[in-house]
Ligand binder design. Structure first.
Ligand code: ASP
Length: 343
């Protein structure tokens, strides 16, 4: 009888200790978050980048990581973290988004952006926006405050004013360096007007920016912002604002942001394809991203993607010599990289 009582008490106390341990583990798990950012992929090699540019880019990537991480560490949402990280990169002229966007053939800055919430799968995007200082905020406003997913050009500009988003004149977005790149592209054009190659950046420097995050609640979000391709014409829109191509988020799989030759990403539905592989084939983030990037490469496409999954795993994959990128998480990881050999 005593033995039975003792066993019962022991079981009870063991039970409550186990319960406490489990609770502790749970609450630790809830504190997990991660963030991945990119600032574009392309022919980015050590010999082509000055020490000054290298340092500026790394500093900006670090600032973006810090802005997003601070929000996630305090229990903020993945959406707020994604927006904060992208805003830092949009405001930095080193990247092809917001300030420092590339020029169209006609010498304008026309920006595309997308924003997606993995919990609700609500999304917002803009194409050819020209007046909103931070296009990522406009994309988010389309998601939050309109019944639509994708707005374009004058209409997108009008909507931004109605929503009270900060506006900026053309001089805010324009930089001398981007203008020089346009002139250089035009000078190097070999194809006749209208040729497929005539409006493509043959140097393949994609400076699009993006962020993906998972917050302490396990919700993922994705955001992408870009000026598109240097010398783009005829109202060309890339993959960045196309939900499922350059941007996607789904709590059942992952959040994705892409950079590269947008036409290929649209044709393959890259961001959705990576999520679908994770959902239906059970692949992890890295495997799914590598497979889809391999397929993209087989078609002739170049660029990269970043991925964050609700379980905290993150990955990137790119088939270009480099990609501006960074990652941070609650376990203390924090790194930024530029060249292909940086882990
Ligand atoms: N993906 C973008 C586009 O095609 C370009 C980039 O990644 O820089 O518009």
């Amino acid at each position: 009888m005593f033995k039975t009582l003792f066993t019962a008490i022991a079981t009870l106390s063991l039970g409550s200790t186990a319960l406490a341990e489990e609770k502790k583990a749970d609450s630790m798990e809830e504190k997990n978050w991660s963030l991945v950012i990119h600032g574009g992929a392309g022919v980015i090699k050590r010999e082509r980048i000055t020490a000054e540019k290298d340092a500026e880019v790394r500093a900006a990537l670090n600032r973006a990581l810090e802005a997003g991480s601070a929000i996630l560490a305090q229990g903020g949402t993945s959406m707020d973290a994604v927006e904060a990280a992208v805003v830092v990169l949009e405001d930095d002229p080193n990247f092809n988004a917001g300030r420092g966007s590339v020029f169209t053939y006609k010498g304008r800055n026309e920006m595309d952006a997308a924003f997606m919430d993995g919990e609700t799968r609500e999304a917002g995007a803009v194409a050819g926006s020209t007046t909103t200082k931070n296009p990522i905020k406009l994309a988010r406003a389309v998601k939050d405050e309109s019944p639509h997913v994708l707005l374009s050009r004058d209409g997108a500009n009008e909507f931004a004013v109605l929503r009270g988003l900060e506006q900026a004149g053309p001089q805010w977005f324009a930089t001398d360096e981007r203008y020089r790149q346009l002139e250089e592209l035009k000078a190097r054009q070999t194809g006749k007007d209208g040729d497929k190659v005539s409006y493509f950046d043959i140097d393949m420097k994609y400076g699009t920016v993006g962020a993906v995050a998972v917050d302490q609640g396990g919700n993922v979000a994705a955001g992408t912002s870009t000026g598109g391709l240097t010398g783009k014409r005829w109202g060309r829109i890339g993959d960045s604002p196309i939900i499922g191509a350059g941007t996607y988020a789904d709590n059942r799989a992952c959040a994705i942001s892409a950079t590269g030759a947008g036409e290929y990403y649209i044709r393959l539905g890259v961001a959705h394809e990576i999520c679908a592989r994770m959902r239906f084939k059970g692949e992890d983030a890295k495997t799914a991203a590598d497979k889809v990037m391999e397929e993209l490469g087989e078609l002739g496409g170049t660029g990269g993607v970043i991925v964050a999954a609700p379980d905290g795993t993150f990955a990137w994959s790119f088939n270009t010599p480099g990609m501006y990128r960074g990652k941070a998480n609650s376990a203390g990881v924090k790194m930024v990289g530029i060249y292909g050999d940086e882990e």
